[in-house]
Write a protein that binds this ligand. Sequence first.
Ligand SMILES: [Zn+2]
Length: 425
Amino acid sequence: MTKENKVSADFILHNLDSAVVYPNPYRGKGTKVGWETKELKHASIASKNGKIVWIGNSADLNENVKIESDTYFYNGEGLLAVPGFVDSHTHLLYAGNRADEFEMRVQGKTYLEILAAGGGILNTTNAVRNLSEEELFAETSHRLDMAMDSGVTTIEIKTGYGLDLKNELKMLRVIDMLKEEYPLRIVTTFMGAHAVPADRVNDSDSFVDEICQEWIPAVAETKSAVFNDVFTEKKAFSVEQSRKILNAGLKYGLKPKIHADEVNVLGGVDLAVEVGAVSADHLLMTGDEGIKKLVGSGVIPTVLPGTSTYLMESHHAPARKMIEAGLPVAIASDHNPGSCQFLGANMIQSMAMLQLRMSASESLIAGTLHAAHAVDMGNEIGAIEVGRNMDIALFELDSFKQIGYHIGQNYLYDLIIGGESIYKD
Ligand SMILES: [Zn+2]
């Protein structure tokens, strides 16, 4: 490369021990899924205005990158760089806790017994309704800090504990406050169809009509939410009701997501393909037929190994079969107060390996690039590649294989988001 076509940079992550790149990344519907990773030794990464402009061996930096007087050098000695984790499925915004319910479940109490003792989503709904926006912000910010501490640079957060329009809009405002206050990327999902409120169970069709005709237009007007999610399950929303809700969202520009096949196979996967959902999540019970339907559909199958572990399921999502079928499997935390308290991205990496038998490379790609696709940001984030945002997690580790291996331990050193250091500068 001659001097004239040097790229200019304002931030250089210099002298890294290694940086993990994806040689053949999935690039969206109709493209091939690559599961290979490559650890570039003695790497440097340069960015300009928050976007990666060059990656290579540190020895080649000077002949490829134009160093300005104000170019910032970040010393990467002894550090491993991986793409910042993307947690594409969370219910991070809630109030209170359900530790009693956790203990009851461990002791073998049934779902109905727990419900009778005041457990379940509606328990959290009451807690959320009783708190102010500032109180909800405070409770959630603590968890957001913990997610970032584990290497998360983008997180999706759902509403769905308001379950009336007033409180769903309150949740959206709190997520907006978090967006304002935090440096990480927050993606908002409206999930008014998370559960049917107790006083509407005999009248769920009119509840669905209310969501479609009143809530969705009001939510769209706030411009806060990108996605519209629905819990398609027995005792929640039927396929027909889910279709109504997702199509109503589409009319207002809200992209569909779906909680499918968690307990029963009702046809949530078919619906995901039909409406062009960005992702179908859980998929614990999805069989060969469902996997076949997902192939080539562009729907990102998102599996949540923390949840099946937390619920002590004997069965986990068939991630291996999905990978063998050529699907761009994503993993996420599903952090929520009832069915999954796993939160850290490093912990989800371990769960993907232990419970889903995914390799370290597969887990990393599923928790970064494919999870980025699951929030429709697959071309902007999720990989260390020229043109993408400079979102990087720096670990004091020799290899990315140690992230999942050191289960429950955290070796994060710093986060870089949009070419800015979050903790060290
Ligand atoms: Zn969920």
